[in-house]
Design a protein around this ligand. Structure first.
Ligand code: COA
Length: 335
């Protein structure tokens, strides 16, 4: 472990991912609930999502696969990892933490770790949290993983939510760099509207009973119209704020990396920032909303387009409410 230094930025030095093979298309959903491809595409931008299925694999499995790929690409071994931060709202179980399962799956014998619950903002919060271990010199190699098996908490009889979500995981390696890496973050939490997007059942307030199951309390509940109104303004506000306080104009920003909840929210955010659509990472059409995994999955898909020093704005909005934006400079050349 190195001594603390003012020059340590936490840089993303590798990205890994995991997506299940099984696809759930809009036409598949037409057979399950009263909906149609045109409504889903125009209201959300989604064409299909990936589903992990029920063969005993869950969130920790996807996280492990994503982490393993990220380490391999960087030429690191699991023994090199100091800290594992797992952002998820669909842990394999309430405890032990998914991070413990990932640590064991990887055989990361020198690592400690924990889970972080911030819904769709989970990866953004995790990045800030993991970065601080690197920035202070308390750790040299940190894994930050966004992973969710949303199909395990989605009610496939509720057409307002089941069309939105998919399963997947993305993982990044954070290491110290003197120049590039995480530069600034603005994060917010506002619990006042917690009822608008939540899963009420299964916690200590409403432990599982026949009644909680009968009342569908172990599924995602969302008032989509209300959440949309908050998301579309808060996400844009926080992106503009992080740009202004770092003296960044739209020309200075190479890419916006937004949480993938709704194409219309992404478009409105880019417009407020003055960014053309070719500067916005979008994969919602292929994967839907994978909650904590959307941002690292975007980074994985766009990695080859990036060069060292590129200015990225990462942003998310999710249940809680939780939201924020981070300014990150990229560390390595695409292939
Ligand atoms: N297929 C067809 N019709 C549907 C439907 C579906 N899957 N789901 C809802 N509808 C209907 C509604 O019943 C409603 O009908 P009505 O006008 O007769 O009452 C109509 O479509 C419009 O519903 P509304 O909820 O106003 O649609 P919307 O334009 O707000 O889109 C969401 C719904 C969920 C796509 C959108 O609100 C959204 O993306 N919300 C925010 C999501 C988000 O950012 N979450 C935070 C991070 S996870």
């Amino acid at each position: 472990m190195s001594s603390p230094s003012a020059l340590r930025h936490a840089a993303i030095t590798s990205v890994g991912h995991y997506l299940p093979d099984e696809r759930l298309t809009n036409s598949d959903l037409e057979a399950m609930v009263e909906t149609n491809d045109e409504w889903i595409r125009t209201r959300t931008g989604i064409r299909e999502r990936r589903i992990l299925g029920d063969d005993g694999k869950a969130t920790a499995f996807m996280a492990t696969e994503a982490a393993r790929e990220a380490l391999d690409k960087r030429g690191l071994t699991p023994d090199d990892v100091d800290v594992i931060v797992v952002a998820t709202v669909t842990p394999d179980m309430l405890f032990p933490a998914t991070a413990c399962l990932v640590q064991d799956n990887l055989g990361a014998s020198n690592a400690w770790g924990f889970d972080l619950s911030a819904a769709c903002s989970g990866f953004l919060y995790g990045l800030t949290t993991g970065a601080q271990f690197v920035e202070t010199g308390r750790a040299d190699t940190v894994l930050v993983i966004g992973t969710d098996k949303m199909s395990s908490i989605v009610d496939y009889t509720d057409r307002t939510t089941c069309i939105l979500f998919g399963d997947g995981a993305g993982a990044v390696v954070l290491e110290a760099d003197e120049d590039v890496g995480l530069q600034d973050t603005v994060h917010h939490t506002d619990g006042e509207h917690r009822d608008l997007l939540c899963m009420e059942g299964g916690g200590s307030l409403h432990p599982p009973t026949h009644e909680t199951v009968d009342n569908h309390m172990h599924y995602v509940h969302q008032d989509g119209r209300q959440v949309f109104k908050f998301a579309v303004t808060r996400m844009a506000d926080v992106c503009v704020e992080v740009m202004e306080r770092n003296d960044l104009t739209a020309d200075d920003v190479q890419y916006l990396v937004p949480h993938q909840a709704n194409q219309r929210i992404i478009d409105a955010t880019a417009k407020r920032m003055g960014l053309d659509s070719n500067k916005v990472m979008v994969n919602i059409d292929r994967y839907g909303n994978t909650t904590a995994a959307t941002i690292p999955l975007c980074l994985y898909d766009w990695e080859d387009e990036l060069t060292r020093g590129d200015n990225l704005i990462l942003t998310a909005f999710g249940g809680g409410f939780t939201w924020g934006a981070s300014y990150l400079t990229w560390a390595y050349e695409g292939q």
